[in-house]
Design a protein around this ligand. Sequence first.
Ligand code: GTP
Ligand code: MG
Length: 194
Amino acid sequence: MTFINYAAREINCKIVYYGPGLCGKTTNIQWIHGRTRTDAKGKLISLATETDRTLFFDFMPLELGTIRGFRTRFHLYTVPGQVFYDASRKLILKGVDGVVFVADSQEARMDANLDSVENLKTNLKDNGYDPLKIPYILQLNKRDLPTALPADQLQKDLRFRDEPVYEAVAMNGSGVFETLKGVIKLVLLDLKKR
Ligand SMILES: Nc1nc2c(ncn2[C@@H]2O[C@H](COP(=O)(O)OP(=O)(O)OP(=O)(O)O)[C@@H](O)[C@H]2O)c(=O)[nH]1
Ligand SMILES: [Mg+2]
């Protein structure tokens, strides 16, 4: 739930990057962190294994200036994609305002993508969210790989509502800020409705 502090005139929103193991969630956040002005960002906190797999989450606060006099901050999180960290994924979704699903475009990762979408829906529902209503974006990542499936095929299999789709190569930043802007736009539209 968006945290609006009227006394401090602050709005805090939580965005979670979700998806299967090694799809590029952490890479998205690292790119954003590397390209954001120092005064607009907080520390990037990553709890990772020795091999750079996310162990619990990555976290980075991003300050976007003021909206109608309220300082607006977006808190970006990634979940650990590996199947056995499901309890962490569920926990990290608590209080979420918007979700980016990062799909791995490689054909060999299609089953993992599909499982992860289903896992996202389950964990959203378990946290009291309607997967069809929460601000949601689909990012097709790793478009650079020769083993990447055509984008329209991925969309056909992975879209489950009217979500916008962005193609990306998170490794070199392509599509990363477009995706972030896309989800922020949906979160702010959702906020306006309330
Ligand atoms: N070729 C290619 N590799 C990518 C791209 N994005 C990320 N990678 C690589 O994929 C690997 C995994 O990326 P991560 O960002 O750590 O993946 P993750 O989704 O955070 O993985 P978990 O934390 O285990 O869930 C790294 O070696 C990245 O450099 C991309 O667009 N293209
Ligand atoms: Mg990660």
